[in-house]
Design a protein around this ligand. Structure first.
Ligand SMILES: Nc1ncnc2c1ncn2[C@@H]1O[C@H](COP(=O)(O)OP(=O)(O)O)[C@@H](O)[C@H]1O
Ligand code: SF4
Ligand SMILES: [Mg+2]
Length: 348
């Protein structure tokens, strides 16, 4: 989705036409296929979508943390530099002190033989070699306090903490470096609901306490409603809708967003609503709108032409033919897509 959006002067991060593909025997998996978004200081952007839509690839692509089989192109502007164009060595220097990543499984990142204090010491020393012990202690205890971990636990080992506490430790270890921007990829998926709520509250407070901007990847729309300023909905490597979280949730403009919301809400109420079918194979995605084989509103134009991004309101953008632009829709293009065509595409 490219349009004439220009970077705001005060953005922390400006992503333009980012593309990431994985080389495989079957061909290129186009996991991120032309993504644009901006992040302002202290802002939290939720990234949602079904599994396999490219959310983790986008988060890692932004940080330059992709496996060797992946190729990235486009722009990730951070403080005037295009991160996509930097070498691995240059990127390493930016990670930690400026940009950080919070993973899903904290135990894999904590060394069971090292005390928490030693984790902080090591993390800080790597990026701020001259730092003294007193400063390490002050900075670490401050960030632990913000995470609701008492100073008495400073010298404990990782196994002495519960899963939720360990995740908070990981967040603390990321934040102690005071990054301007972090990516949190499903940070609470492995946790129970109560602990999850606690961590979401902490993440929600982050922007006030640290001014850290965050890309929060989750499949849980409740978390987005609670902790995010804006939300971006991802489908088949594209951002199909983006806007103010409250507005998008109350007036979803894209049929995929609407279906995603329905499937969440009905989990809490009566019957279970599934979006029929599954996200497409990203080696050979459907033509036109990639959602057309599953879309209840699909029209003739949807199967042929890529949707053009439009703005239903100043804070919202959407890529769906239902919203025009009218002058780009061919004659008869608004007629419903025949059911038969839908099921054929479904099986393909
Ligand atoms: N290392 C990889 N090699 C090949 N394909 C990959 C690799 N990692 C992810 N993919 C594919 O890229 C697509 C997007 O995956 P991912 O970014 O993990 O999505 P999400 O986080 O939304 O579940 C999927 O089709 C997935 O199978
Ligand atoms: S472009 Fe067409 S198929 Fe795609 S979401 Fe909109 S109505 Fe549905
Ligand atoms: Mg993922």
């Amino acid at each position: 989705m490219t349009d004439s959006t220009t970077a705001h002067g005060n953005d922390v991060l400006s992503v333009r036409d980012l593309r990431v593909w994985y080389g495989t025997e079957r061909g290129a998996v186009r996991a991120v296929d032309g993504v644009d978004f901006d992040l302002r200081p202290g802002e939290t952007l939720g990234l949602v979508g079904e599994s396999g839509c490219g959310k983790s690839t986008l988060g890692r692509g932004v940080l330059g943390l992709l496996p060797a089989s992946a190729t990235a192109a486009g722009e990730v502007r951070f403080r005037g530099e295009n991160l996509v164009a930097l070498s691995e060595k240059e990127l390493q220097g930016r990670r930690g002190p400026e940009i950080g990543l919070i993973f899903q499984e904290p135990m894999t990142r904590l060394n069971p033989l090292m005390r928490i204090s030693q984790h902080f010491e090591e993390t800080l020393r790597v990026h701020e070699p001259g730092i003294d012990k007193q400063e390490v202690r002050l900075r670490s205890l401050e960030v632990l306090r913000r995470m609701g971990i008492p100073p008495t636990r400073y010298r404990n080992y990782p196994h002495e903490f519960s899963g939720g506490m360990r995740q908070r430790l990981m967040i603390a270890l990321t934040l102690v470096l005071r990054p301007a921007f972090i990516v949190a990829d499903e940070p609470t998926t492995a946790l129970d609901v109560l602990v999850e709520a606690q961590i979401i509250r902490i993440l929600h407070d982050l922007r006030h306490n640290f001014g850290t901007a965050m890309l929060l990847i989750t499949h849980n729309l409740g978390i987005v409603a609670e902790a995010c300023d804006r939300v971006a909905v991802m489908y088949a490597g594209h951002i199909v809708e983006e806007g103010d979280a409250k507005q998008v949730f109350s007036e979803p403009a894209h049929p995929y967003t609407r279906e995603l919301l329905r499937s969440t809400i009905s989990l809490r109420t009566t019957g279970l609503h599934y979006i029929p079918g599954a996200p497409p194979d990203l080696v050979e995605p459907p033509t036109g709108c990639t959602f057309h084989p599953r879309c209840p509103d699909a029209m003739k134009v949807c199967a042929d032409l890529d949707p053009v991004e439009t703005r239903p309101s100043s804070q919202q953008r959407v890529a769906c033919w239902l919203h025009g632009p009218e002058d780009r829709i061919p004659d008869g293009g608004r007629e419903p897509l025949a059911r038969q065509e839908i099921s054929v595409a479904d099986e393909a």
